[in-house]
Design a protein around this ligand. Structure first.
Ligand code: UT7
Length: 337
């Protein structure tokens, strides 16, 4: 018996902000952003949308893909850094919006590594006999916690949601296993300070303009990052963690068919792909269109290659992410759909 991905979905808000749009707001250029990050555009959540709305749409697509309804689920887990409110959980709102009731729903917070952490957590719970079917979602509205005056950070992120339906069954393949890490001593290199998330339109709506770019409302958190140091640490730790997960589960590097990486910077994910000896067409790549959607980025990248019909049954996928904390990790999945 193992944990299988039996449905995949994704959702991106309609509004697209290009690099040129950004150059109207801060001192930057399309060339700088493309060359340093690989990003060309990002999707930005609408004024009246919430993280739970993005999550609900991605989840609905994943349920449809699995041929199941919300009543078939035993739990909902949402990985997010930008919940609608401090409480209740975004997962509980998604449950309600999908018409579910009674079964457990909760959020997890591991920033950009949230989906990788979530997959490890749910897999462990399924192996422990807790659940047969779980909706796991990564959803973010990062645009609401950015300082739109800070060119070091505001060019890097976007909004969106990705979701999978997980089922514990005796089919061949499924989740092989995971490795997770955290080192809280690096807190000051990548953070959003205020405990009050300000991610909620409840608190900022009055001041928001069309693009939700206001962040000067009291209590609104803003992402701060020492990019260069994060970059170096990310490249090193991701290189280590992908080797670690392969060694732990006794899998040869050459058996990996797909790298499904967190989409922070094309230079970071290329470095990891190179360490694994993978070619460009073996890497799920969405950073150009989506930018960094934090916890949504890995499931959105998975959704992208899945919808394009590129992932084949029996192939081995290596998912990885690096996040504020620092928190990082990897999952190995033998595709069984
Ligand atoms: O998802 C969580 C993990 N996050 C990450 O992994 C992000 C990791 N970091 C990065 O991706 C990169 O470090 C960045 C893309 C953030 C920055 O790239 P870099 O090659 O490390 O550039 P840098 O920080 O060394 O900055 C180079 C220059 C600086 O100017 P000076 O001091 O050399 O004159 C910056 O002020 O680029 C300047 N700069 C910009 N210029 C135009 C910084 N941001 C911008 C900008 N447009 N948006």
């Amino acid at each position: 018996m193992s944990t299988h991905i039996i449905g995949v979905g994704g959702y991106l808000p309609e509004h697209i902000m290009t690099n040129d749009d950004l150059a109207q707001i801060v001192d930057t250029s399309d060339t700088w952003i493309r060359e340093r990050t690989g990003i060309t555009q990002r999707h930005i959540i609408d004024k009246d949308e919430y993280t739970s709305d993005l999550a609900t749409r991605a989840a609905a697509q994943a349920l449809e893909d699995a041929g199941l309804s919300i009543d078939d689920m035993d739990a909902i887990v949402v990985a997010t850094t930008t919940p609608d409110m401090i409480f209740p959980s975004t997962a509980s709102m998604v449950q309600h919006k999908l018409g579910g009731k009674g079964f457990p729903a909760w959020d997890i917070q591991a920033v950009c590594s949230g989906f990788v952490y979530g997959l490890a957590q749910v897999d462990g719970m399924m192996k422990g006999g807790m659940f047969k079917r779980v909706l796991l979602i990564g959803a973010e509205s990062m645009s609401r916690i950015l300082d739109w005056q800070d060119r070091n950070t505001c060019v890097l992120f976007g909004d969106g949601a990705g979701a999978v339906v997980l089922e514990f069954n005796d089919d061949e393949g499924g989740v092989v296993g995971s490795v997770l890490h955290c080192d809280g001593s690096y807190r000051d290199l990548l953070l959003a300070k205020h405990a009050h998330p300000g991610a909620s339109p409840h608190h900022t709506r009055a001041k928001q303009d069309r693009l939700n770019m206001n962040t000067d409302a009291a209590g609104v958190a803003a992402v701060e990052m020492k990019g260069n140091e994060v970059f170096r640490f990310a490249v090193t730790k991701l290189g280590e963690v992908v080797k670690e997960v392969l060694e732990k589960y006794d899998v040869a590097q050459s058996d990996v068919d797909w790298l499904v990486p967190h989409q922070a910077n094309i230079r970071i994910l290329n470095a990891t792909a190179k360490k694994l000896g993978l070619t460009a067409d073996q890497v799920a790549l969405t950073v150009a269109q989506h930018a960094n959607t934090s916890a949504a980025s890995v499931p959105l990248a998975l959704n992208d290659i899945y919808r394009a019909g590129k992932v084949k049954k029996g192939q081995l996928l290596l998912l990885e992410a690096f996040a504020g904390g620092f928190a990082w990790g990897a999952n190995l999945v033998r595709w069984s759909k």
